[in-house]
Design a protein around this ligand. Structure first.
Ligand code: SF4
Length: 181
């Protein structure tokens, strides 16, 4: 058993004898990206891959994301995994709206991203028809490595995001385009 503890890299900043100075954005981004709390919205087979991603072999805890949240109010990463029937759309939308800012969305697998093989009247052809998506993970199903890759791409966004972006004009317009108040 190794006793090595891998530390996150410090953000860019100014280092000197006994001090280190950086921006608030960088410090908050570093904390947020390494403590994402996912809400697994799993409806079918991709959810099984997520179970594997959480288990010992792949161990999403290595990324600070072992604390799953089944209440939207205590989650900041919505992971949508599986086929989303149109009937389920309003439920997904409500879950998204109940999450507090800041929040991010990961569409895991072909079904969540585009409806996948289910090009039918009853299946939503991608969750971005009803909520904004930050990162898409391809595959049917994606392997756990791909899901981890998706989480890491979310981490990149979170780490770089200004603490004020959510108040920006661009973000406001995005929310308006989805009729999110
Ligand atoms: S993308 Fe494939 S594996 Fe994932 S939920 Fe759809 S059919 Fe199942």
């Amino acid at each position: 058993m190794g006793s090595e503890i891998k530390m996150s890299n410090a953000p860019e900043g100014l280092a000197g004898q006994g001090f280190f100075a950086t921006t608030l954005d960088a410090a908050v981004g570093l904390a947020r990206k390494n403590s994402l709390w996912p809400l697994p919205f799993a409806t079918s087979c991709c959810g099984i891959e997520f179970m594997s991603t959480m288990s010992a072999h792949y161990d999403l805890a290595r990324f600070g994301s072992e604390r799953l949240s089944f209440t939207p109010r205590q989650a900041d990463l919505l992971m949508v995994m599986g086929t989303i029937a149109k009937k389920m759309g309003p439920v997904l939308r409500q879950v998204y709206e109940q999450m507090a800012e800041p929040k991010w969305v990961l569409a895991v697998g072909a079904c969540a991203s585009s409806g996948g093989i289910f090009d039918t009247y009853s299946v939503l052809q991608g969750i971005d028809r009803i909520i904004p998506v930050d990162v898409y993970v391809p595959g049917c199903p994606p392997r756990p490595e791909q899901i981890i890759e998706g989480v890491m791409r979310i981490q990149d966004l979170v780490g770089r995001e200004s603490v004020r972006r959510r108040n920006s004009e661009e973000y406001r317009k995005l929310m308006e385009s989805y009729y999110v108040k």
